[in-house]
Design a protein around this ligand. Structure first.
Ligand code: PLP
Length: 369
């Protein structure tokens, strides 16, 4: 077909104007653009685990003999392992290629084009992304000045088209927690409610025990953050058995790869080691918070996750993000009205905090704060 014939006319009209997810930057793409070499870049932009995965994962993958064989599509062993970790029966569990795939699958299960999805903004951008791919209308309920959700506003927004309510807890990028009583009030609406606990191991708060009681509640988790497996893409959901069964039916076949399954198995043999890393990150989070607070043009928010959202009081958040990048420190800037005066900083190792604070002091000297 010639260029002029325009393949666009065959593309779904709602996707021709679709903008891609603004993913974090891969360090290798920055070579030459910034003041430091790619290998000394400090990556505090994607909430990745600075301590890496369990060494058991590396060892097991180096000698695993069956990469030529497809994984078990029914996830029998994987669901059993996750049952052991979460304390719920395996029939409540379905796994996917990252927590992201479960967000996608849940929305596909409930949402048809024209339906409405309630989202408490600012929050994880993937919700908007997947809801739009389903052709749904996003109903955005703004959080208050402290980034707490409004249950009353959520309830007022519900109508016969509402098919899902999405809630990250702790929320990304704000790090804030929604109290259990608010979650219960939302679940009491009877609508499908997703509580995304990607940072559960850092916050210690979970709605998982409620899933047995409320069929409409779905709790999502991931191995990307606490277990350092972001690159292997594995997450799971705790669902009522009926929903778990539907998710397993509609998921892409073999979506959790063999390496990821081995990695989960080894990670769960090494929970103490991984939780030592989680605890170090929590200690470092509080230290980073205190250090950021001492900088007069920054106002960090208390966080229950492995990152800190920080208000840039001089109105130059975007420039600060850029200047840090030039110095080899990647943080997250969201080019969105609700977040334009903020940067999000993932908690790294102590030396990363030191490098960041030094860079912030240099920037203050360069610009007069
Ligand atoms: C990181 C994250 C996820 C899941 O990430 P995956 O790497 O796809 O498992 C889900 N929800 C939130 C809020 C996150 O920040």
């Amino acid at each position: 077909m010639s260029e002029e014939a325009g393949i666009e006319r065959f593309i779904r009209p709602d996707l021709t104007t679709f903008s891609a997810y603004s993913a974090s930057i891969s360090p290798e793409t920055l070579e030459g653009e910034i003041e430091v070499a790619a290998e000394s870049i400090i990556k505090l932009d994607a909430n990745e685990n600075p301590y890496g995965c369990s060494p058991r994962v590396n060892q097991a993958l180096a000698t695993y003999p069956y990469f030529n064989v497809y994984p078990d599509n029914g996830q029998v062993m994987l669901r059993q392992l996750l049952a052991g970790y979460t304390g719920v029966d395996a029939k409540y569990i379905a796994a996917g290629s990252g927590g992201d795939q479960l967000i996608d699958l849940v929305l596909r299960l409930f949402v048809e084009p024209g339906d409405e999805v309630i989202n408490c903004v600012p929050t994880f951008e993937m919700y908007t992304f997947f809801a739009k791919v389903c052709g749904s209308t996003l109903v955005e309920i703004p959080r208050d000045d402290d980034f707490a959700i409004s249950v009353a506003a959520i309830k007022a927004a519900i109508n016969e088209k509402t098919k899902a309510i999405l809630l990250a807890n702790p929320n990304n990028p704000t790090g804030t927690i929604t109290p259990q009583r608010d979650i219960l009030e939302i679940v009491d609406t009877g609508l499908p409610v997703v509580v995304d606990e990607a940072y559960y191991e850092f916050s210690g708060e979970t709605a998982a025990p409620l899933v047995g009681k409320y069929q409409n509640l779905m709790v999502l988790r991931t191995f990307s953050k606490w277990a350092g497996l972001a690159g292997l893409r594995v997450g799971y959901g705790i669902f009522s058995p009926k929903i778990a069964d539907y998710i397993l039916r509609i998921k892409p076949p073999y979506s959790v790869n063999v390496a990821a399954i081995v990695a989960v198995q080894e990670s769960l043999k090494d929970i103490d080691y991984l939780m030592t890393g989680v605890k170090a990150i929590i200690v470092e989070r509080e230290k980073l918070f205190a250090e950021l607070k001492r900088i007069k043009w920054l106002a960090p928010l208390p966080s229950q996750a492995n990152f800190i959202l920080c208000l840039v009081l001089n109105g130059r958040a975007s420039q600060l993000h850029q200047r840090l990048k030039e110095k080899g420190i990647l943080v997250r800037y969201f080019d969105k009205p609700l977040l334009k005066h903020f940067i999000r900083i993932s908690v790294g190792k102590p030396e990363h905090t030191d490098a960041l604070i030094k860079a912030l002091q240099e920037i203050e000297e360069e610009t007069g704060g």
